[in-house]
Design a protein. Structure first.
Length: 191
């Protein structure tokens, strides 16, 4: 009986250590899942705008909601936008920048790394919360200006869970980024 108790105690200790060691991996996979959700929605609705010759607006609503609207084009008056989908990220994941995110070299040099939803780069102060994909694949604002920018997602209080998605206005190209620890420095690397 004593031997069995010792085996059970050792097994429980091994399980506890494994669970503790797996927490960073689990958090990283949750952050990557949220990043993938944002990235794929942008990519999907950019392609749909091209395929259907319509305008799609992807809006990021803090703290963690993504809405997609379709805007049909008609003459003489455009109809009201139609909500296509609304998705919510996991509760512990938000559109945010965390203290320690490098501000000197933000992804694709959009913004300064301090604003979580920062589209409209090169247009006034930026800080738009939406991307409007046009039938030619470009991203524009409501006034027809090219709309480039960056979106950050992260788990609360976890610097290296930070991920970013950038959109280039002229082409609508979408790129993904991950914050990694390189030699003790937080550095953005393209995914």
């Amino acid at each position: 009986m004593l031997e069995m108790a010792i085996v059970v105690a050792i097994s429980l200790t091994a399980v506890a250590v494994t669970v503790l060691k797996m927490q960073p991996v689990y958090q990283s996979s949750r952050a990557t899942s949220a990043y993938n959700q944002c990235f794929m929605l942008l990519r999907r609705y950019r392609q749909q705008a091209i395929d259907e010759r319509k305008q799609y607006v992807v809006t990021f609503v803090a703290p963690n909601t993504i809405q997609v609207w379709r805007q049909d084009v008609a003459t003489p008056v455009n109809p009201a936008p139609v909500l296509i989908t609304s998705q919510v990220l996991a509760p512990d994941i938000q559109f945010q920048t965390i203290a320690g995110v490098p501000t000197a070299n933000p992804p694709d040099n959009f913004g300064n790394g301090t604003v979580a939803i920062d589209f409209g780069q090169g247009i006034g102060l930026g800080r738009f919360n939406y991307v409007k994909f046009m039938p030619d694949g470009s991203s524009q604002d409501v006034n027809g200006n090219l709309n480039s920018g960056v979106l950050y997602v992260a788990i609360n209080n976890n610097l290296y869970s930070s991920r970013a998605v950038t959109v280039f206005g002229a082409t609508g190209r979408i790129r993904g980024w991950q914050l990694v620890n390189q030699g003790g420095n937080a550095t953005w690397v393209q995914r």
